[in-house]
Write a protein that binds this ligand. Sequence first.
Ligand code: NAP
Length: 274
Amino acid sequence: MDKYGIIGFPLSHSFSPHIHNLAFNNLSINANYEILSIKPNVFESEIKKLKKSDYRGFNITIPYKQKIIPFIDEIDPLAKKVNAVNTILKKDNKWFGYNTDIYGFLKPLEKSITSIKSVLVIGAGGAASAVCFSLLRYRNISLLSILNRSVEKAQRLAYQLKKEYDLNINAGSLEVGSDLIFDLIINTTNVGMGNLIDINPFNISNNSHKKTVVYDLIYNPECTQFLKLAHHNGLKTINGLEMLIGQAMKSFSIWTNREFPPNLLKNENFYKKE
Ligand code: NAP
C-alpha cells in the first residue's frame, strides 16, 4: 500500500485525510493518507526520519511550509518564488517540492477576479505569499497592501513581490492598520481557528466598500469571527473550503498522475462531520 500524509502542527482541524482517502477509494488506488502531527521541538529529527521512510508523498501545512524547504531536493520554480512548499512527491529517492495553494486559492475567485483592483492581505506567512503571487499575475490589480503582526515579514514579502511586479505594493503593521479601501480583503493568518477561534484578526469595517469581497483561508470553523463581521456588514464572503479542495486536487494529480474525480466531493457535507 502506498503511504501519504499531512505534516503540520496542530492538525486536529484537517479535512485532507478524508478528501484524499475518498479519492483513492473511488479510483481503486491502493493507498492511504494519514495525519503526521509533528511538534516544533522535534521537527528536524522527525523530518529526517520521514526522508528515509517509504512515504510517497506529503502535504505540508502550518507552521512548516517554509521550514520544510531545506529538506527538499528539487523545488518547482513557482514554489521557489513563493518560498513555500505544501506538496512533496518522492521519486527516485528524492523529495520534489510544489506549491498547489496557488491554484486552490483562485478557484472561488475565478468569476470575479477581473473586476478586483485593490487587495488587502492580512498576514505574511507561507499562505500569504502564495496568495500574493497568484493575485499579481492579474494585470487589473493595481494596489496590494500587506499587514502583518511582525512588520518586517510583511516588508520582506512586499520586497520580493516588487522585484517581480511594478505596481503599488505596501507593507505595514496589523496593529496600525490602513486608511485605504479595498475590493478584496483576505485573512491568511491562523487567527480564527484552533485556540484562536474566538478572535477576529482584523476589523474590515474601515477598509471596505459595499461590494468588497471578504475571503478567509480558514475552512474550519466554517464561519470565522472575521467572516461573521463581514456578514454583519452585508458583504460577500468566501471561506477556505474551496481552496482546500482545489489544492488537494492538484496535489493528488502530482502524486498519482491521475485526475482527482471531478464530482466526488460535490455532495460532501464536511461540516456535518464535526
Ligand atoms: P504561517 O506561514 O505559519 O503564517 C502564519 C501567519 O499568521 C503569519 O502572518 C503570522 O504572523 C500570523 N499569526 C499567527 N498567529 C497570530 C496572532 N496571534 N496574531 C496575529 N497574527 C498571527 O502559516 P500559513 O501556512 O501561511 O497558514 C496560515 C493560515 O492559512 C492557516 O490558518 C491555514 O489553515 C490557512 N491555509 C488554508 C489553506 C486552504 O486550503 N484553505 C491553504 C493554506 C493555508 P507573524 O508573522 O507575526 O508570526
